[in-house]
Write a new protein. Structure first.
Length: 220
C-alpha cells in the first residue's frame, strides 16, 4: 500500500527540514513542491520570461525537468543541482508572482501527483492537503508565529552570507503569508482533517518525532 504523508504550512514553519528528515527516517521519497516552483522561478528569471504571463510560465514548466535526489533531497533542474540557487533572496522576492498563476499550478500539480502514484512519499508545500493530495492518509499543518518564522529565515540567509535586516525579513514573510492565503487558486489553508502542529519553540527533532508518532499510531 502506498502511503502519502502531506505537510502544509506557511513560509518558515520548518516544512522542508522536517519533511526531509521524516522521509529519511521512514525511507520514503521526499517531495518539496515549493522547490519545484522556486526552480521554475529561477529558470524564468534566467531566461528573461515575464513572470506575470501564466501561459508562458505553464509552457516553460511543461518542457522543464525537475528531479529530487533520493536521500539528499537535492533539487535538480534540467540536470543541474540548483538546491542553493533557489534559496536566494531574488527568488524569495519573485516567487509569489509566479505561484499565483492557475495555468502553471495545473501543470505543476499534475507533475506532483504523478510522482505520488507509485511512491511512498513525504510531500510538503502550501496546498498539498487540500489540492494536490486531498486523500492523503496523513495530513499535517505546520505553523509558527511570524516572528519565529522570520527569525529562522533570517538566520538561514545570514549563514549564507546575505546581510539582510530582520525587519525586512519579517515584512517579506508577512507579504508572502498574505499572498499565499488570498490567492484564487491553491490558497494556503488548514484542511478540515489535518493535524495542526504549532512548532513555535520546538526543536526540529521534536517536530519530527511528533509526526512520526502520528504515522506509527494505529488507525482507529
Amino acid at each position: 500500500m502506498i502511503l502519502i504523508i502531506a505537510i502544509d504550512g506557511p513560509a518558515g514553519a520548518g516544512k522542508s527540514t522536517v519533511a526531509k528528515l521524516v522521509a529519511q527516517r521512514l525511507d520514503f521519497l521526499y517531495l518539496n513542491t515549493g522547490a519545484m516552483y522556486r526552480a521554475i522561478t529561477l529558470k524564468a528569471l534566467k531566461e528573461g520570461i515575464d513572470l506575470n504571463n501564466g501561459d508562458i510560465l505553464a509552457e516553460l514548466a511543461r518542457k522543464t525537468k525537475i528531479d529530487f535526489e533520493v536521500g539528499s533531497g537535492q533539487v535538480i533542474l534540467d540536470g543541474d543541482d540548483v538546491s542553493q540557487d533557489i534559496k536566494k533572496p531574488e527568488i524569495d522576492r519573485n516567487i509569489s508572482t509566479v505561484v499565483k498563476h492557475p495555468q502553471l499550478r495545473e501543470v505543476m500539480v499534475r507533475q506532483q501527483q504523478s510522482i505520488g502514484i507509485n511512491n511512498n512519499i513525504v510531500v510538503e508545500g502550501r496546498d498539498i492537503t487540500t489540492v494536490v493530495f486531498p486523500k492523503a492518509e496523513i495530513k499535517i499543518y505546520l505553523d509558527a508565529s511570524i516572528e519565529e518564522r522570520a527569525k529562522r529565515r533570517h538566520a538561514e540567509l545570514r549563514e549564507k552570507g546575505y546581510n539582510i535586516d530582520l525587519a525586512q525579513v519579517i515584512k517579506e514573510t508577512s507579504k508572502r503569508d498574505e499572498a499565499d492565503k488570498t490567492r484564487e487558486h491553491g490558497a494556503l489553508k488548514v484542511a478540515h482533517d489535518a493535524i495542526l502542529l504549532d512548532t513555535t519553540g520546538m526543536s526540529i527533532e521534536q517536530v519530527v518525532e511528533s509526526i512520526l508518532e502520528v504515522v506509527e499510531k494505529p488507525k482507529s
